[in-house]
Design a protein around this ligand. Structure first.
Ligand code: CP
Ligand code: NVA
Length: 298
């Protein structure tokens, strides 16, 4: 039984297979007869808000021949305290796969263990694996192999998105630089465990020097709203803007997983100057996740 729970637990070969198939799936979208989810019903259980992940999975599951039901976790008995392992055993007898967005990574892992159906992490506090697979797919689509390139993340270096980047760096052999205020840097044990070439600094300019990909995410992740005012003050200056882009490689791509908060982690003119890349990145969630779904069923 295959799951997609984290980049941490994936092997390089599986990531490469998903990336290669995503390319074929995108190219053949309009005339594809491949329906690996025919006859299947998938459940999407979300505790947090979503636009891109929800829509791309709902469309993707349907395009692969499956049916999909969206379940707001708060409308389920789960929201009233029914244990994950009971919910998982019930759903596992009725549906063929699950896509879960929640807080604790352990909840997704427990669901996978107890449900006995393919389970996908659609974002937890620990990782956002589908996003990073999509981002790498997008980089390679636009610029060729990511091997040996320099990826620079600016912002909250301890949240789900950079953590998935950290696990990807050694597996796909690119250099990762993370510029974050000291209190928001990933823990050294995690960096050591991941291996690979990773620089962590509080200096945005040093991190951006010669970068091939400049990447950011929100300063205030879902669940961190109470720290909002403190974070806005702590992250001031950790922004992708024209001055920072000027430090990077002249061929640099600017990406943002979205949603974007203009004037915070990216300024308006930089976002709009790189909108073609950023919205291709958003579109690619569909193609990359269809590839993940296909890989899970093989
Ligand atoms: N990037 C991303 O996961 O977007 P949503 O929160 O809208 O799904
Ligand atoms: N780090 C962000 C990602 C949103 C797609 C969050 O968790 O809210």
């Amino acid at each position: 039984m295959k799951h997609l729970l984290s980049i941490e637990t994936m092997d390089s070969e599986s990531i490469e297979t998903i990336l290669e198939n995503a390319n074929v799936i995108k190219t053949q979208r309009r005339n594809c007869q491949d329906q690996p989810l025919a006859g299947q019903t998938w459940a999407m259980i979300f505790t947090k808000s979503s636009t891109r992940t929800r829509v791309s999975f709902e469309v993707g599951i349907r395009e692969l021949g499956g049916s999909v039901m969206f379940l707001n976790a708060n409308d389920m008995q789960l929201g009233r305290g029914e244990p994950i392992k009971d919910t998982a055993r019930v759903l596992g007898r009725m549906v063929h796969g699950a896509v879960i967005r929640t807080y604790a990574q352990d909840d997704v892992e427990q669901f996978a263990q107890w449900s006995d159906i393919p389970t996908i992490n659609a974002l937890t506090d620990a990782e956002h694996p589908c996003q990073i697979i999509t981002d790498i797919f997008t980089y390679q689509e636009l610029r060729g192999p990511i091997t040996g390139k320099v990826v620079t993340f600016i912002g909250d270096g301890a949240c789900n998105v950079p953590i998935s980047w950290i696990w990807a760096a050694a597996k796909l052999n690119f250099e990762l630089r993370i510029a974050a205020p000291k209190a928001y840097q990933p823990c050294p044990e995690l960096i050591a465990k991941a291996g690979g070439k990773i620089m962590v600094t509080d200096d945005c300019n040093a991190a951006a020097e010669g970068a091939d990909l400049l990447y950011t995410d929100v300063w205030i992740s879902m669940g961190m709203e109470e720290e909002g005012a403190q974070r806005e003050s702590d992250f001031a200056g950790y922004q992708i803007n024209e001055a920072l882009v000027a430090k990077a490689n002249e061929n640099v791509l600017v990406m943002h997983c979205l949603p974007a908060y203009r004037g915070k982690e990216i300024d308006e003119s930089t976002l709009e100057a790189h909108a073609e890349t950023i919205f291709t990145q958003a579109e690619n969630r569909l193609h990359a996740q269809k590839s993940i779904l296909k890989w899970l069923t093989e």
